[in-house]
Design a protein around this ligand. Structure first.
Ligand code: ZN
Length: 1168
């Protein structure tokens, strides 16, 4: 070995040989300190010398360059642009404060529920003079920060973009001055600012606390600025590098390289003159790749397989910590901002749901709607969801969910020529197992959600899966692993999209839904910049998953379907997506729950009678489609996922209650108009109705809108009643003015005179503490204020478990945080039974027996009347009678929960709860944490605990919260949270529930029918003219035969029918008359049903359609003597829609002028 060292040779750059001597300290760093150093480069303590000091080249705010004039709208009014421009503006300047956020008429400071409105509105005329030498700069901006949200308009009222003031992550205060204005040297705009922060105006800064009524905002900035564009790009470079350092897991070469480069950038920056910044940016290319920025959106061009698909989004709660009218502004601000961003970032795509928000935009901001429409047609602004709003999915009825889609998809189709392909409910508090079938029926097969990441007990095990509904229908579901629909598009978000994916073994692709919501305006430019850098990094390094842009959510799902062999590689999840959180929302705000249920049922009845009237009497009546649709839109709007659940501020409920009041008024008028057509000259029979003397039995008739035969105890005024009518009266009120009679299938039962039947009801007491309600089927005993016995008389069977009692119960209700949302599992440890006190017998029978109790609890009064009628719950021969509980509550508790419970001598591992178009079973035990989590659940009209041979159900007409813990079945009645509404549920409530013992297991029972009847009033009518009464008939024209488990849910006119009476004869000859019928299987088994169509309907064709009423298959119509019929097969819980095309006449004028095809002959004339 020879020695050929060159001891005296000085090393130079080209000399790659390894030096022999080394007296230096070496390059080893203390990584954590270097990492910490990155925090000193922007803002903070060194902002006068670090990158922050060079972000702006010029900034002026003097009156010479920026002239401001302001006009504050009076009180809390929200004038239009045109109205505002007519007002007198006065000079204003930066630093001025304005507000208040609310005007109040409250008496007590803390529990002020009487806020008038939030959000005073202020209009600014801005006149800018731009220094001539600024023309040399790439960009000039007007920076406007009112500390709250604002909207920039052109001087002729075209919305340009939103502003989000303040210093949160969603700050967006810059408006870019157009190039022409720079050349011209002047520019004018108009700004509308609204005094509410991103999350309303919270009390003490706590997100969910009630609004601060007196917050002022000040104008922090109204500056004309020249941003140093290179410095901003360096800021974004640096932030991406820092995110890589902080978010890429493990000790990878990319992460270390990013830290080295970021550190070198700090060393190189010095005082940040232009050449320093250029050198710094060059350094960043070591991570992002050389020339990445010049590629622009082409950075995404290499079409390698992306694992993360980015889509911009802005989740705007249609009402929550602000009312609907404020949302209308949020929509306009956010969407104008996004349209503007699309022009600067060609890869940017934005997905937006909720037809209602598009409709508001169209009505209130037509020029902006046109810009949005342009982007929709260009394929950049994507319609998703297909529904009217992002609704709660626990409580709306099945038919209401259908209408969410029907109204949503029809709106999208009418405005944009296409429907949505992906259902979209990222924030709804649990998702019903009815959904997959309904989503499919609404023309979609994909579903996006994420709320289950909020579960507070179990981690949901899948990210991409086949979601299989209660009937077996499936949709391809993606629950983004990023666990949010308002991602910030950081490196951490992109990494989480893969690392947090729960079933990467079957699919390794995720959707990144990014952008600020609720007034944050959606994605920020910096997010789009960040994503470009992340993708550029990925183009050179494998440690980051590849992200793509420029695609739609629909394309993402198409890719999932394709890459998983149409879902065959994916796991399945069967049944509901139960959210293990927010369980108090089934009960919070009782008035809204009641408004929802009662409106849904009223509209069902309106559509039914209006359809009958329009088909049977077309000359006299045309279907009021517009009025019905207006009612539906109000009901659908209030189903928004923070309104119906009771989790919004008080003023939202003032608006919601007003909408329900309008629906009740308009709906009742529509119902009355149609009933008057069907039963000519009839009026509703009430206690105030004055009967003509000699009124006969047949002059009292009823209309039954349910698909079931029914037998009800009804009240009839006695003054004026003829002997024949009196013969139907089996019981008289104490004052002798009203009689009780039995209405059987539309007519009064005259035989009551001889015998009230076997169900003779009675009420008696031992005179002090023991009360009994009894008929020959059931008996209920109240002893010492508690239900000590519930007894099946026919079987001799006691249903209350031994030693236990039932009745009202109070729980302490103090959830860990989300007050109006959550009832937490520990509330069950605090049960305090309440006694029925001051009990008295108020009705002795034999048709109706009742006892009444008056309970004082705390500051509240609870009056409950418990009644038992001499009829079964349904007309099924073995049907037991209901014990009906009618409650009037004056509720003044706080943080307490009122329930009603029955400890039953019945055992089953599962209880049954009605859900949309079927039912769901949930465990009664706590074997696993998944079972424990369901300690409070949503049900609709019934909840049932059954075992072989027997069961007991609780029926509800407006409550949705239930539970069954072991053998104790409960219905939840009232809560009292204080955030975000300080006065939630305070005051008067009336509601009812019923206890229904039944022979046989639920599956053999009539519980669903009884629950339907309990919710649907029988309409009792008085026909003052005897001849009208004779003409009335009670045969239902549409009836299901051969399948007692198939329910006829809805009868309406077809969506495509024309109801315009002004049509020209050419147009009207093309119109059709169709009747749409929705049926479903209610018990979970197959059925072969025959739908009989009355002869009054001249049916030409019958089709099965989807929920959107697109024809799918034509059915054979069988004609028999009793009329035409069609046959339908059902699988368990299947929903079917049937469209009957009725005959049209050649000469056909509009509906009103059309000749009748109905042969009118007396008895068959009116037929409900
Ligand atoms: Zn939301």
């Amino acid at each position: 070995m020879s020695c050929n060292h060159h001891h005296h040779h000085q090393p130079n750059a080209s000399d790659q040989s390894y030096p022999e001597l080394n007296y230096g300290p070496g390059a080893k760093w203390i990584k954590s300190l270097t990492q910490g150093r990155l925090g000193t480069f922007h803002g903070g303590h060194f902002s006068d010398v670090n990158l922050s000091s060079v972000l702006f080249t010029h900034r002026v705010d003097n009156a010479k360059n920026v002239q401001l004039q302001v006009w504050s709208a009076p009180g809390l009014t929200k004038p239009t642009f045109e109205e505002a421009m007519k007002q007198k503006f006065k000079p204003a300047k930066k630093g001025d404060s304005f507000g208040p956020s609310c005007e109040l008429i409250c008496r007590s400071a803390r529990y002020c529920g009487l806020l008038l409105v939030t959000g005073t509105n202020h209009w600014w005329k801005v006149s800018l003079t731009i220094p001539g030498y600024w023309q040399q700069y790439e960009r000039v901006q007007f920076e406007f920060d009112p500390g709250c949200e604002a909207m920039v308009y052109t001087t002729d009222g075209v919305p340009l973009q939103g502003i989000t003031g303040g210093f949160g992550v969603d700050r967006r205060v810059e408006y870019i001055i157009p190039k022409e204005a720079l050349e011209q040297g002047t520019h004018e705009i108009v700004i509308e600012s609204t005094c509410n922060g991103m999350f309303g105006v919270p009390w003490n800064g706590d997100t969910i606390a009630p609004p601060d009524m007196n917050r002022y905002f000040s104008l922090a900035s109204a500056d004309l600025v020249v941003p140093n564009q290179e410095a901003w790009h360096l800021l974004w470079d640096f932030q991406t590098l820092r995110e890589i350092v902080d978010s890429v897991p493990g000790n990878t070469s990319l992460q270390n390289k990013a830290l080295v480069v970021a550190n070198e950038i700090i060393n190189t920056f010095e005082r940040g003159d232009a050449s320093d910044i250029r050198r710094c940016r060059k350094l960043a290319e070591q991570v992002f790749g050389e020339g990445w920025q010049e590629m622009g959106e082409d950075v995404y061009k290499d079409d390698k397989k992306a694992q993360i698909w980015g889509i911009g989004h802005c989740h705007i709660d249609t009402a929550w910590l602000w009312p609907y009218r404020v949302t209308q502004q949020k929509v306009a601000r956010s969407w104008s901002t996004q349209v503007d961003l699309m022009d600067r970032y060609p890869e940017h795509r934005f997905a937006c749901s909720q037809a209602q928000q598009y409709k508001w935009l169209e009505q209130l901001y037509p020029p902006l709607f046109d810009r949005v429409k342009e982007k929709v047609l260009e394929g950049k602004f994507h319609i998703v969801g297909g529904s009217w709003v992002e609704n709660d999915s626990n409580m709306p009825s099945g038919e209401a969910l259908v209408r969410q889609f029907l109204f949503g998809q029809r709106f999208f189709e009418s405005r944009f020529g296409k429907r949505c392909e992906t259902a979209w409910l990222p924030d709804s508090f649990g998702l019903t197992g009815a959904y997959p079938q309904l989503i499919r029926g609404a023309g979609m097969k994909y579903f996006f959600t994420q709320k289950l990441s909020w579960n507070n007990i179990n981690v949901f095990p899948h990210s991409t899966f086949n979601w299989v509904g209660i009937d077996g229908s499936q949709v391809l579901c993606h629950m983004t692993p990023v666990d949010t629909y308002t991602a910030q598009a950081t490196v951490g978000d992109v990494v989480k999209g893969l690392n947090n994916h729960k079933n990467i073994e079957s699919s390794d692709t995720s959707l990144l839904v990014f952008g600020n919501g609720d007034g944050g305006g959606g994605p920020l430019a910096k997010m789009l910049e960040n994503l470009r850098r992340i993708r550029a990094t990925n183009n050179n390094h494998r440690e980051l998953p590849p992200i793509n842009m420029g695609h739609s959510v629909d394309e993402f799902f198409d890719h999932l379907a394709e890459s998983t062999v149409s879902g065959k590689k994916l796991p399945n999840w069967h049944g509901e997506l139960y959210l293990e959180f927010h369980r108090g929302t089934y009960t919070s705000h009782g008035s809204i729950k009641k408004g929802n249920r009662h409106s849904e049922i009223l509209l069902r009845d309106v559509e039914y009678v209006a359809t009958m009237a329009s088909v049977l009497k077309p000359k006299e009546y045309s279907y009021p489609k517009k009025a019905i649709d207006d009612c539906w839109e109000k009901v659908l709007l209030n189903q928004f996922h923070d309104v119906l659940p009771g989790s919004a501020i008080g003023m939202v409920y003032e608006d919601a209650e007003k909408l329900y009041a309008e629906v009740a008024k308009d709906g009742k008028n529509l119902l009355e108009e149609a009933l008057k057509i069907l039963l000519p000259n009839s009026v509703p029979l009430t206690a105030d109705t004055k009967l003509k003397s000699g009124t006969s039995l047949s002059q009292i008739a009823s209309v039954n809108t349910t698909p079931f035969r029914r037998r009800d105890v009804v009240k009839v005024p006695l003054a004026g009643a003829s002997p024949s009518l009196k013969s139907a009266v089996g019981q008289v009120d104490a004052d002798g003015k009203m009689g009780y009679a039995i209405m059987d299938n539309g007519a009064l039962d005259a035989s009551v005179h001889h015998s009230v039947g076997s169900l003779h009801a009675s009420a008696y007491t031992n005179g002090s503490n023991h009360f009994v309600l009894r008929n020959s089927s059931v008996q209920l005993t109240i002893s010492d204020g508690r239900i000590s016995s519930l007894f099946d008389v026919q079987q001799g069977r006691e249903l209350i478990s031994e030693g236990a009692t039932g009745g009202l119960v109070i729980f302490q209700d103090r959830p860990n945080y989300w007050d109006a949302w959550d009832v937490e599992i520990h509330h069950l440890e605090t049960a305090k039974p309440l006694e029925f006190t001051n009990v008295s017998v108020v009705s002795h029978g034999p048709l109706r027996a009742a006892v009444k109790a008056e309970i004082k609890y705390g500051n509240s009064t609870i009056i409950v009347t418990i009644s038992l009628d001499a009829v079964g719950a349904t007309v099924k021969p073995s049907s037991r009678s209901l014990f009906v509980f009618d409650a009037e509550v004056d509720w003044h508790q706080r943080h307490e929960f009122l329930k009603f419970e029955l400890p039953l001598n019945i055992h089953n591992d599962n209880a049954i709860y009605e859900t949309q178009f079927g039912y769901v079973q949930r465990p009664t035990h706590k074997n696993t944490t998944w079972d424990m989590a369901k300690f409070e659940v949503c049900g609709h009209k019934y909840a049932d605990l059954s075992e072989y041979g027997y069961g007991v159900a609780i029926l509800s007409e407006s409550k949705y919260g239930f539970a069954c813990q072991g053998n104790v079945l409960r219905i939840s009645l009232l809560r009292a949270a204080t955030a975000p509404d300080a006065d939630q549920d305070q005051g008067k409530h009336t509601f009812s529930w019923a206890v229904m013992p039944h022979e046989g297991h639920f599956l053999q029972s009539d519980v669903p029918m009884a629950a339907y009847l309990f919710n649907s009033p029988v309409y009792v009518r008085y026909l003052p003219q005897e001849q009208d009464a004779l003409a009335a008939s009670t045969e239902a024209p549409l009836a299901v035969q051969g399948a007692p488990n198939v329910f006829l849910e809805t009868i309406k006119r077809g969506e495509s029918d024309s109801f315009d009476t002004e049509l020209s004869s050419e147009e009207s000859s093309k119109t059709t008359t169709t009747v749409v019928i929705r049926l479903y299987e209610a018990f979970g088994g197959h059925a072969k049903a025959t739908v009989n169509i009355g002869k009054q309907f001249s049916v030409k064709k019958a089709h099965v359609t989807n929920l959107l009423e697109d024809e799918e298959a034509e059915l054979n119509i069988t004609n028999t003597e009793s009329g035409p019929s069609v046959k339908l097969d059902f699988r368990g819980f299947e929903v079917k829609t049937l469209k009957l095309v009725l005959g049209t006449t050649k000469e056909g004028a509009g509906a009103r002028k059309r000749n009748s095809w109905v042969s009118i002959d007396g008895a068959r004339l009116v037929t409900i």
